[in-house]
Design a protein around this ligand. Structure first.
Ligand SMILES: [Zn+2]
Length: 382
């Protein structure tokens, strides 16, 4: 996962009880009936309603001031559909709005530091996908990222690709010959499309390739793909080459979700196989926290249902799961950590680890093992 600079900067922010941070995530959909600005304000109000309700007395005034600043900034901006994060502090200290380039669920937090998990997960989820859409006459090469499509190339096969209609004068033999010529032109056409997809792969690497179009052309494409591209094929769908974005998005979203679930399941199964325990895999919350503390996590894996509360030692900063009263390591007091997963993910990313959230069946499988598992860094030889 590529971490953007401005996310990396925020990962390292230390908590500050005297100056809380408002973090609001806005998932803005296209609107038709009202104005975009008005719709975004309404979305913002829904997101922050629970914060206002739950803030205690000492907290209410700074929260209200910060909300006013945020609301002003929202009013002044021209909005487009998409996912956004807004971070604001009292006294206009560093109000920032960040475009996420991915979908996000609308939600809000008022904490001692910015809440980053939705941003991190949006990045982790939005992998780039290559798409080829083809029939005999025309082909399009596209890129897809959850929720959006970009047109890269639109190719029309040469005139000669058209199947010739045989007239009464043609004898069977020449009709057959013409058919073969047309087939050959189709192959050229598809090979050209594949070259375009290869060029795209070089320019914007993608992890998956989806093939769409007529059944015949999809089949033919698969036969002609290079081994590299062939290994990336993660789904096939039937559609007209001239299909509109909305229709394509529906196909692609469905295919991507299926491909995700499938690869997550295989991944989790490979980690949990108990016939051959792997020393580099550690299971369960306590074990994972222990390895995070020591900076040994290469990849943190967790279930979508994993939402632990925990605590942190006020002195040695060790993270604990629920139910801890004092630090087991240095006996100091612990403070409550309501979003333990956020702390775990921060810690994993800061030790240049990777994260992966698994969903569906794979998540349920992981829940049996405590909801989280970590792959450890290779031990360096000393
Ligand atoms: Zn401690």
């Amino acid at each position: 996962m590529q971490i953007e600079e401005n996310l990396k900067r925020r990962l390292a922010v230390k908590p500050n009880a005297d100056s809380k941070v408002l973090s609001v995530y806005l998932g803005i959909q296209p609107v038709w009936e009202t104005s975009m600005g008005h719709a975004v304000e309404m979305l913002f109000d829904t997101a922050i309603a629970s914060l206002q309700k739950n803030s205690d007395e000492g907290d209410a005034a700074p929260l209200e001031r910060t909300l006013r600043l945020a609301r002003d900034a929202i009013r002044q901006r021209e909005w487009k559909p998409g996912g956004y994060a807004l971070f604001a502090q009292d006294k206009a200290r560093g109000l920032e709005i960040q475009e996420l380039g991915a979908e996000v669920k609308t939600q809000a937090y008022w904490l001692e530091k910015p809440y980053l998990l939705p941003w991190i997960e949006a990045l982790e989820e939005s992998k780039r996908c290559g798409v080829i859409l083809a029939d005999k006459r025309r082909a399009r090469v596209l890129t897809y990222r959850r929720g959006s499509i970009e047109e890269e190339k639109d190719l029309t096969a040469a005139e000669s690709t058209r199947r010739f209609r045989t007239t009464g004068k043609d004898n069977l033999k020449s009709a057959f010959k013409l058919e073969r010529t047309a087939d050959l032109h189709e192959v050229w056409h598809l090979k050209r499309v594949i070259r375009e997809a290869q060029a795209l792969e070089k320019k914007h690497p993608f992890t998956r390739l989806m093939l769409g179009g007529t059944e015949e052309s999809v089949h033919e494409l698969e036969n002609l793909l290079t081994p590299d591209l062939s290994a990336k094929v993660a789904g096939r769908f039937k559609a007209r080459v001239e299909a509109q974005d909305q229709e394509l998005l529906e196909h692609l979203e469905e295919l991507e979700t299926a491909a995700d679930r499938d690869s997550e399941m295989r991944f989790v199964e490979s980690l949990l196989k108990d016939d051959r325990p792997r020393p580099e895999v550690t299971l369960g919350l306590d074990a994972v926290l222990h390895h995070l503390d020591r900076g040994l996590v290469h990849r943190l894996v967790y279930s979508e249902n994993f939402k632990p509360e925990g605590s942190q030692c006020t002195s040695c900063r060790y993270l604990f799961g629920p139910g801890r009263l004092v630090c087991g390591r240095c006996n100091s007091a612990v403070s409550r950590v309501p979003y333990l997963l956020e702390e775990m993910v921060r810690s994993a990313l800061l030790q240049s680890g990777q994260i992966e959230k698994v969903r569906g069946e794979a998540a349920r499988r992981l829940d049996h093992e405590g909801g989280t598992v970590a792959i450890l860094k290779k031990k360096s030889k000393r």
